[in-house]
Design a protein around this ligand. Structure first.
Ligand code: A3P
Length: 309
């Protein structure tokens, strides 16, 4: 832990700066254990994301591509129709290393193993960086990501804490004080790696997936060295994956209406609107100006840009 935040406020009551990113105290132990013990296999697939940028969706899509034997038709028994994506693709920092006193034995997991993480690239264990395992990263325009995270934080907060005001959350976000943030460091870490090692990190954007999911699924499948065959394409496998993983399908599933994940978060909190540009309903012109400046200052010149509506 490098330092504790000085600002008074809601979020700072539980976020700590650890290895250059903000996280909760209870996550630090799990991250340490992950860094110390995890041994990557070349066949592993890692879904890495900034929180609230499409993690649930990308986990579902990746799982569906890798396990697409279930998708030759719209199979009612598809695992994604009965399980939440976070149960099928566990987070290192919450589930795999976050729930156990002992180091978990992962050797029995079916291969390819698919894991999720919000941990910045720089803090991933060397075994991930040095092996041939694959990382699929997704980010989203910071305006929508901020609004999504503000709603989420207020839904999952302990009842004892007051509602986090939009303005307070916004000031923190612009300073980079948000789970696994600053968002710019997070994005740039994976962005640079995807440029230097395109076979290692595939960098995706939520907005691009919304625009043309079909071609992105082909990109992901090729990146994972399991491209769709012509027969699979003509059999409608890609369309079935899109349907199983769509916001509309997932939001209405019984498991996502009533189930829980992680530390008893309700699955339904993961599905709010699933749109591009909802931020216009919440951010004032001065907030838009401020966040635009932060984005320009921190990401300008990196080649990273976003569609915002
Ligand atoms: P909104 O709050 O803007 O609606 P994460 O999975 O990283 O927590 O991100 C959550 C955001 O992704 C939420 O955005 C949520 O509604 C959206 N989302 C969840 N499932 C989705 C899906 N299948 N397709 C598109 N967006 C989805």
């Amino acid at each position: 832990i490098l330092s504790l935040p000085r600002e008074k406020g809601w979020r700072t009551s539980y976020l700590y700066l650890f290895q250059g990113f903000w996280c909760q105290l209870k996550e630090i132990e799990a991250i340490h254990s992950f860094q110390k013990h995890f041994q990557a296999k070349d066949s592993d697939v890692l879904v890495a994301t900034v929180p609230k940028s499409g993690t649930t969706w990308l986990k579902a899509l990746t799982f569906a591509i890798v396990n697409r034997q279930h998708c030759s038709s719209f199979n009612k028994n598809h695992p994604l129709l009965t399980s939440n994506p976070h149960d099928l693709v566990p987070f290192f920092e919450y589930t795999v290393y976050g729930r156990h006193d002992k180091v978990p034995n992962l050797s029995n997991m079916c291969e390819p193993r698919i894991f999720g993480t919000h941990i910045p690239f720089a803090s991933l264990p060397d075994s991930i960086k040095e092996s041939n395992c694959k990382i699929i990263y997704i980010c989203r325009n910071p305006f929508d990501t901020f609004v999504s995270s503000w709603f989420f934080v207020n839904k999952i907060k302990p009842k004892s804490l007051p509602t986090l005001a939009l303005e307070e959350a916004f000031e923190m976000y612009c300073k980079g004080i948000v789970g696994f943030g600053p968002f710019w460091t997070h994005m740039l870490g994976y962005w640079k790696e995807s440029i230097d090692r395109p076979n290692k990190v595939l960098f995706l954007k939520y907005e691009n997936l919304k625009e043309d999911l079909n071609s992105h699924l082909k990109r992901v499948a090729e990146f994972l060295n399991c491209p769709f065959t012509l027969k699979e394409e003509s059999d409608g496998v890609i369309e079935n994956i899109i349907k199983v993983c769509s916001f509309e399908t997932m939001k209405e599933l019984e498991i996502n209406k009533s189930g829980t994940f992680g530390r008893n978060f309700e699955n339904r909190f993961l599905f709010r609107k699933g749109e591009i540009g909802d931020w216009v309903n919440y951010l004032s012109p001065s907030m838009v100006e401020k966040l635009s400046k932060v984005i320009e200052e921190k990401l300008g010149g990196s080649g990273l840009s976003f569609r915002v509506n």
